[in-house]
Design a binder for this molecule. Sequence first.
Ligand code: ARG
Length: 571
Amino acid sequence: MTDFFTRVAQAVASACSIDEAQALSFLETPPQPELGDAALPCFKLARTMRKAPPAIAAQLAEELSAQPFEGLKCVKAVGGYINFYADGAWLARQVLGHIVDTRDCLGQSDAGQGKTVCIDYSSINIAKRFHIGHLSTTLIGAALYRIYKRRGWQAVGINHLGDWGTQFGKMIAAFRRWGSREDVEARGIDALLELYVRFDREAQEDPVLAEEGRACFLAMEEGDEDALSIFNWFKELTLADAQRVYKRLGIVFDSYAGESFYTDKMGPVVEELKQKGLLVESQGAQVVDLSQWNMPPCIILKSDGATTYATRDITAALYRKNTYGFDRSLYVVAYQQNLHFKQVFKVLELMGYDWASTLEHVAFGMVSFEGQTLSTRKGRILYLDELLGRAVDKAAAIIEEKSPNLPDKAEVAEQIGIGAVCFFMLYNNRIKDIDFWWDRALNFEGETGPYVQYTHVRCASVLAKAGLTPGQALMHAPNGAHLTDADAQRVLTLLSGFDGILDEVLLRSEPSLLTRYLADLAQAYNSYYYNQRILDEDAAVRADRLQLTDAVRLTLSTGLGLLGIAAPNHM
Ligand code: ARG
């Protein structure tokens, strides 16, 4: 569509003797397709032309109609607006031409060339199992990571492991008291969690335990070999568990530098804060006073001298800046940590780092499950393994019912089950809380992953019926003459918006824009499919329709891929 806008802007600019860029900035996309493909609100010209908008619209529409340009079907003045209608066949050639030209790298751009973005996502805690609460950060972060890369950025995916802190001292103390190597080896994280819960319970009665826990963490901080080797073993167990999930979801990271990575790097940062006069003492702790900004103080060193989560994040931000020289740095973390990130960013700003403004907390809402909040303590928790397992089982049952003869049932069930979960999690505005429901996620109708995947399958099978392999209809230049009906035009308009959606996703750190776009595109194609015979007898008509189908197929599979969702060719 952008090309049509440019042409309209050129015509408007020369008719009103204004700058082309200015004319372009005046143009709007009409709210309904009946109102054309571009609109000029004439009140924007009222001052220079010294006339009422409806008079301007009438006069300009007449002038512009007298000088048509390629791509323009007609111009109409309506009230204070001029509506420009694109020539449908021309539009089809533009849109499909672009897809044909970029069929091997759809959505790719060099807009981010030379720029680097750090994305901190998933960032799980050691000795905890991956549960549904970690899914948003993992999926949103990974989607942003892929889309940044597609737009030409250098992206650094960072799993800032929660692998340091007093709780790990407690865990080691508990293991030494009650744990056994065999049991932990056999039951993994479950055994660790049990130890931790028991420790917390018994510590309420017996103050010696708390002391033991503290001593163990201190030993870790001082580099005690035995304590660290137990801890590193716990860490390996957790990571092995997480890796299984990451693999299944197609998630990758460039760095697993977590909190412990910064233990030996915080000293100089604390020193720098001191030198810059930012540290004050408060009840024995060293803090940065943020009262001027209506925030509680940011604690840098606790009264016992221990560092904090915030100290590690400040250090990590500096490390990332020095190591990667990022232009942007994102933290995909739940909104419960809003204050934490505001404090950390403010402290970096007070340290004099103007790049603090390039740090962004990409916050997201809470996840509940079928109306129930999740709580580890109350035992209401849904582990990711279980969630994915159940999703895949349900998908398998549906396949068994609908297409029992499918050759690679197990693989397709995996793709649909996981696709359903990912699509559901990425469908809403990220800041909204999510309530996960099975029947909503796995629905084959409406705005779900399976529905979009099914539309992709439909495209592939229409092409197959015509004897075409995927992509084959995109090997020739478009004609477009037979794509002027309203349904086809709606599909084309959506197709033309794909690149713009990717940019918008990055601008707003909002992958749900892409998820919704794919649901809209699937829906528009399905209307087209019901209203028009793709495999028409007329060869020219059929060729156009098949090319449109192939373009939709490619856009759906590319978009799903960027969200981490597979696009099967049959299901
Ligand atoms: N491990 C933390 C948690 O589960 C999230 C860490 C987010 N990243 C960061 N740089 N603070 O709450």
